[in-house]
Design a protein. Structure first.
Length: 600
């Protein structure tokens, strides 16, 4: 008698029962931690009786806590996979080793650079570097390159056309595989731009790789994605792990230093349980054209509005169509740029907030798998937690002024506070520990001293960035309910100085909120105010931080001393040297000087 075969994912690579067990484990662990923390806080707040203010704090905590709890769990699982599992990569990405072959590449892939009012010289320099890198793989003939422009500024559009024409004249061997199309109307935003390509030209390609204006991928990574896609016809989307491009901006260096080591453990853990219902970030990912064109058309929102944050909805629709959505949680030659200053970071964050809130209208789409639907909920909760944390901070500061708090279990509340600081920092701390335990890890970051200084700078900065982002999201969500939007203009890519009055104008409400919170604390509960400083001081010093980290001089000093440097800055990747040789002045990145760095 034959045993019953367990159902498997569409590729046949994983047992659905095994994935369900993983998800149940994650759900149980997260639920247990969440309920314990919620009960602990309820017991501490309820000592001496309840009030409306204490109930409000508990409700706010109930809304805010899940994001931090799952962040901790994802990072812990990822750390275990990286250092204690016999083959962590096989457990989360069983398809990965199918790229280890020298067989000819049969499929054709369209590389899609989407532009809207961006600096075309900068974007095309990246595209030329990518095309040259792919040529070194020996499979250049399997890739076509498309510039899909939604540019509305006629001067920038003319520049795009001129630069493409010059490129074709200077490199006639590239001309046959280089295409340019500009839409007269930005219908459907970036998602509409790509959909128009699918309808007009997609039939000639098995795959496409969407690229943002700041995207950069080397030929080896592109080839690897294409090989995996060929080997597994039921993978519909394969997302690469995107890391930050080395930067001259002090702010970008600080931010991406933390993202770099923290993201590896977090993504490993999240991929372990998400499995075939993984993430899609909209760029630097392999997408199978046919099912995307046929089954991933975006629904319209109420009032005929188009979806802004298209990527995770497209991932959910691809999985609903029977194709897997996978992430490859390995560092490779897949890059993007991070915002050059705090104000640019906040603007990008609010654009994402505006887009993710649209998912609320889409949660009831029929046929979505439970994990895909959860991914949408999780994208929403990423921003919904901001008002809740703001409420906790403001109500906690006001409580001693409004009621008698002498009956509260102060020691217990302090322990809850420190525990949640630990949850907030867990992905970063486990990422740092990952580097320490990885053979050669410290050397890749310039040695123990540089790595330790970079880690200290980044952790301290993360409290300031977190404070600014949380209050900005809170204010924006309040405005969004009244019809306010931020639009989707071209992003600022280059480091430049910020004037103090510019930062103060953007962040004065943060300053006032921080001053009011600390003043209440120091007047009515000085010890509480002291304990809260890591969380609250960021509001007060946000403007000076924004100005200082935007100074080109500070960025240059960081670069010279290799502070908050990522591995590619110390041992420059070939694709980055290609960019260095092609980037027009003044955008050309300056080569790094210092131990272990290679001049471009």
């Amino acid at each position: 008698m034959h045993g019953r075969i367990s159902p498997r994912t569409p590729t046949g690579l994983q047992s659905l029962a095994e994935l369900e067990r993983r998800r149940l484990v994650v759900l149980a662990v997260n639920g247990l931690i969440y309920l314990v923390m919620l009960g602990w806080l309820a017991a501490s707040l309820g000592a001496g009786g309840w009030s409306i203010l204490r109930v409000a704090i508990l409700l706010a905590f109930a809304i805010a806590a899940p994001w931090s709890v799952l962040g901790f769990c994802n990072a812990a699982i990822g750390f275990w996979l990286l250092h204690f599992h016999r083959d962590g990569l096989a457990a989360v990405a069983p398809f990965a080793r199918s790229a280890e072959t020298d067989a000819p590449l049969r499929s054709r892939t369209a590389m899609l650079l989407t532009l809207r009012n961006e600096d075309p010289a900068r974007a095309l320099a990246r595209m030329r570097a990518m095309m040259a890198s792919v040529a070194t793989t020996g499979f250049a003939d399997r890739f076509d390159w498309f510039v899909l422009s939604d540019t509305s500024d006629p001067r920038i559009a003319a520049r795009e056309e001129t630069l493409l024409a010059r490129w074709k004249m200077a490199a006639p061997h590239d001309a046959a595989r280089l295409h340019y199309r500009r839409r007269a109307e930005n219908r459907g935003y970036k998602a509409g731009n790509i959909r128009d390509f699918c309808e007009a030209s997609g039939a000639g390609f098995e795959f496409m790789i969407p690229l943002d204006a700041d995207s950069l991928m080397d030929g080896e990574t592109i080839l690897r994605l294409a090989r995996i896609g060929e080997a597994h016809p039921m993978i519909g989307i394969l997302q690469s792990l995107v890391v930050g491009t080395p930067s001259d901006s002090a702010f970008a260096r600080i931010f991406q230093f933390g993202m770099r080591h923290g993201m590896r453990t977090y993504t490993m853990g999240a991929t372990w349980w998400a499995g075939d219902c993984g993430p899609f970030w909209g760029h630097n990912a392999l997408v199978r054209v046919a099912p995307f064109a046929e089954r991933c058309a975006l629904p319209m929102l109420k009032g005929g509005r188009h979806i802004l944050s298209h990527d995770q909805i497209e991932a959910a629709l691809m999985r609903r169509a029977g194709f897997e959505v996978r992430a490859l949680p390995q560092e490779s030659g897949s890059f993007e740029e991070n915002p050059p200053d705090l104000l640019a970071f906040v603007l990008r964050d609010l654009r994402w907030c505006q887009g993710n809130m649209q998912y609320i209208e889409l949660l009831r789409l029929p046929g979505l798998l439970p994990v895909s639907r959860f991914q949408l909920v999780w994208a929403i909760s990423m921003f919904i937690g901001a008002p809740a944390w703001t409420a906790i901070i403001s109500l906690g500061a006001a409580a001693p002024a409004l009621e008698d708090v002498s009956s509260l279990a102060a020691g217990s509340l302090r322990e809850i506070y420190l525990t949640f600081l630990g949850f907030f920092l867990a992905p970063k701390l486990l990422g740092l520990l990952d580097v320490l335990l990885t053979p050669g890890g410290l050397a890749r970051y310039g040695g123990a001293a540089r790595f330790s200084i970079g880690a200290a700078i980044e952790i301290a900065s993360s409290f300031i960035i977190g404070a600014v982002a949380t209050l900005s999201e809170t204010m924006f969500l309040a405005g969004l309910a009244l019809g306010r939007t931020v639009g989707w203009p071209a992003q600022r890519r280059d480091a430049r100085g910020l004037a103090l009055h510019e930062a103060a104008k953007a962040l004065y409400l943060h300053f006032l909120f921080g001053v009011a919170t600390l003043a209440l604390g120091f007047v009515f509960a000085p010890r509480l105010a002291l304990w809260s400083l890591p969380v609250t001081i960021g509001y007060v010093i946000a403007a000076p931080f924004a100005v200082s980290t935007a100074r080109p001089g500070l960025g240059d000093w960081f670069r010279r001393h290799l502070l908050c440097a990522t591995p590619e800055e110390l041992a420059s990747a070939e694709i980055l040297r290609r960019i260095e040789s092609r980037m027009p002045s003044p955008e050309r990145a300056r080569p790094c000087k210092g131990e272990g760095a290679q001049a471009g």
